[in-house]
Design a protein around this ligand. Sequence first.
Ligand SMILES: Cc1cc2nc3c(=O)[nH]c(=O)nc-3n(C[C@H](O)[C@H](O)[C@H](O)COP(=O)(O)O)c2cc1C
Length: 193
Amino acid sequence: MTSLAPWRQVLARSLHRNRALIYARYFQLATVRADGRPANRTVVFRGFLPESNQIAMITDRRSQKIEQIERNAKAEICWYFPKTREQFRLAGTLYIVDAGHLNESWQRAYHETWQKLSEAARAQFYGIAPSQPLAELIETEPKADSDAIPESFRLLVFEPKELDYLDLKTHPHDHHYHWLDESGEWQAEALTP
Ligand SMILES: Cc1cc2nc3c(=O)[nH]c(=O)nc-3n(C[C@H](O)[C@H](O)[C@H](O)COP(=O)(O)O)c2cc1C
């Protein structure tokens, strides 16, 4: 198992200092389309998986990002913390986790993440598929009357391999660091702003 990355503390501090801002828990997630163009969208940070550097998100199986990730699992997160004026850019790999995933701890995280969701967040996984032309409404996910997890629900696990950190608050002495995972060992390098 990879050890906890040194940048985890920096990110934990930023999350703590920005905790009053609900939108500081949103970041942009970029994937790659079939034709090589980037695709970018905002998603909610759902925490780190236990004892790891892996970042959890949730999404709908029927959304376009799923097809993109299935073709090319490389992704990048761009996360800006407004209060502390810090940017984290994390490059890595995305994994799609469903109820039958072979990795048991991810399967557990899949269930636990669903259990923690609000009713409003859960409701998005029932009903019509997202981003379909209104004229051609097709797939619907029936509303279950139990606690059963709808088939459309997916956990996304992001495994970072590289992180670029820029702190503008300390201007003119901006902090700029780059961390790279070299076979499980995180190497840090200080950069010019
Ligand atoms: C504030 C905010 C939070 C969002 N959170 C999520 C999220 O956690 N998961 C998600 O799949 N989409 C989320 N979305 C919607 C996505 O930005 C996007 O529109 C949707 O996932 C479809 O993207 P795709 O067609 O590229 O798959 C959020 C949008 C906003 C504005």
